[in-house]
Design a protein around this ligand. Sequence first.
Ligand SMILES: C[S@@+](CC[C@H](N)C(=O)[O-])C[C@H]1O[C@@H](n2cnc3c(N)ncnc32)[C@H](O)[C@@H]1O
Length: 301
Amino acid sequence: MKEETNRAEHIPVLAKTLVEQINLPMDAVMVDATIGHGGHSFLFASKLSEKGVIVGMDVDDDAFPEAREVLKEVKCSVILVHSNFSQITEQLHAQGIEKVDFILADLGICSAQISSEKFGLSFQTNMPLDMRIDKRLKLDAADIVNSYDEKRLADLIYKYGEDRASRRIARFIVSHRKENKITTTEQLADIICRALGKSGKRSRIHPATRTFQALRIAVNSELENLEKLLDSAPKLLNKDGLIAIISFHSLEDRIVKYDFRQKKTDGIYDILTKKPLIASLEEVQENHRARSAKLRIAKKR
Ligand SMILES: C[S@@+](CC[C@H](N)C(=O)[O-])C[C@H]1O[C@@H](n2cnc3c(N)ncnc32)[C@H](O)[C@@H]1O
């Protein structure tokens, strides 16, 4: 029931900003690399003619029925592809598409996925510790916390969670798992809370936030997939084609920023957003997820 409510409440972040910034021809071919429930796609699809095409990709095909429902009345063609966006080139070629006018990615996960038991992502609700968004992946978060040695765990929490207490957290995880295998999100969150003690209680965010982020990034190879998408984009974009990436933490934003900068130096892109665009106060009040969203846009020369 909770999941249904969240699905209905999902609001695409930076919707107004995107619509102001991105003007597509009516017969545009666009890729929504993270279609989710189709909120962003709808903003653009509703402006396209019968000649326009939207290719929507997602690693979680449970999102597709809702995306189809949201897009059922648009005039353009809608093609839904169950795939990681790291495979964007192969997937477009398989559809007979060589070039596109717009690539959009709204990175990360949506609120329905956080609250769903299927993904095992939440430290607020007890669920099996999993974190694979794509169920075809082999290694899950429980495998990592129960098998990595202490140093490797600490390095992972530091690198992907930017948590300065990474060594202490890793030590607590390793000591706990000698007694009991860690299989649930609640167990892991409790271990982290114990590791951080009073300093965790004083923190603005839940003590487990950073470690959970680190594990999710590692399990789903999020940064590597983003790099592959960014590497593939120039060959796929038409001249004047646009790429827009919405990121939610500094690790992702840094990758996008340096990729666009390098491609500007190489004469491939013009950067349309000198600084990343962020949500207005009103939007953040309406949609909590927008508080950390950063949008960067580049145009193919
Ligand atoms: C924030 S939601 C997107 C919401 C969507 N923009 C909307 O308006 O409904 C992110 C989506 O991207 C998907 N996703 C995350 N990483 C992905 C990847 N590497 N390839 C394809 N889909 C991915 C998730 O499964 C999730 O459905």
